[in-house]
Design a protein around this ligand. Structure first.
Ligand SMILES: NC(=O)C1=CN([C@@H]2O[C@H](COP(=O)(O)OP(=O)(O)OC[C@H]3O[C@@H](n4cnc5c(N)ncnc54)[C@H](OP(=O)(O)O)[C@@H]3O)[C@@H](O)[C@H]2O)C=CC1
Ligand SMILES: O=C(O)C1=N[C@H](C(=O)O)C[C@H](O)C1
Length: 242
């Protein structure tokens, strides 16, 4: 039984996470929201899970380091600067950052890498995602994670090949580009499709989240797995053994 502290506890994921923690026999050590003392929550916890906002990230990492406990970061919309801060924190405590904690997307990322590797550079890669009307960041963290998996399989970095937000006279698609499109509406928990478009044929890999409990359950699994690990940066692939 682990004591798990929730950052962003009043949000959609915060509520789902509280439910998942109890359902899996763990204990919720409390919640921290805007203006609350995260260090106090960290002191009462065996692990922290962050589903809040990028602005809170640095303070959350400090709190985890101060208490000497692991932290799982599920918050999306984070920048290169945030990633550097995560790398730095991972020298002191176990840190897992991911745009998606679900089993299905973790496996999908692996499949996308395989497809990108085996199909080769002639197949154009496009990633389409759709989320509920309240989502504030685009492309989604999951879309970026899938794009990174495809780019890595092609021996490059997503930042070098990413095409996002096409509008107007864009010119032809750049060779080797990985394109992104983001749709928003309704109450959709999360849909991601990765298209591999070749000559006269197309492969489409899709994940449909029917309920955000899949993210909450994965986050609890990840947080519990981090407890007792050496300091370092971990992934959901590590947790699920994929
Ligand atoms: N990795 C994954 O598997 C998943 C990641 N996510 C990501 O998790 C994040 C949260 O999503 P969701 O729950 O839907 O969003 P919500 O907006 O419903 O919840 C976010 C919560 O965090 C609070 N918050 C905002 N700023 C801070 C801060 N500085 N310190 C502490 N708390 C703060 C918000 O409070 P207030 O209302 O006052 O702003 C709100 O209660 C998003 O980035 C989302 O993309 C979501 C699902 C799965
Ligand atoms: O904001 C959400 O809701 C979600 N965010 C994550 C993302 O940005 O990919 C994960 C999931 O798709 C739901």
């Amino acid at each position: 039984m682990a004591r798990i502290g929730i950052i962003g506890s009043e949000g959609r994921m915060g509520h789902a996470l509280a439910e998942a923690i109890v359902a899996t026999g763990h204990e919720c050590s409390g919640g921290a929201d805007r203006g609350d003392d995260v260090a106090k929550l960290a002191d009462a916890s065996d692990a922290l899970v962050d589903f809040s906002a990028p602005a809170a990230l640095q303070g959350n990492l400090h709190a985890a380091i101060g208490a000497g406990i692991p932290i799982l970061i599920g918050t999306t919309g984070i920048t290169d600067e945030h990633h550097l801060a995560i790398d730095h924190a991972a020298q002191a405590v176990p840190v897992l950052q991911t745009g998606n904690t679900s089993l299905g997307v973790t496996l999908l990322a692996h499949l996308v890498g395989e497809a990108a590797k085996r199909l080769g550079p002639d197949w154009d890669i496009e990633i389409v995602e759709m989320h509920h009307r309240m989502k504030v960041d685009a492309p989604s963290g999951t879309a970026l994670l899938l794009g990174e998996a495809a780019a890595a399989a092609r021996g490059t970095h997503l930042s070098a090949v990413m095409e996002s937000g096409r509008d107007g006279h864009t010119g032809a698609r750049a060779e080797g580009a990985i394109g992104f499109a983001a749709l928003r509406g309704g109450t959709i928990a999360g849909e991601h499709s990765v298209y591999f478009a070749g000559e006269q044929e197309r492969l489409q890999l899709t994940h449909l989240a029917e309920n955000r409990m899949i993210f909450a359950n994965g986050a609890v699994k990840g947080a519990a797995w981090l407890i007792g690990r050496d300091a370092g940066r971990y992934t959901m692939q590590d947790v699920l053994g994929l």
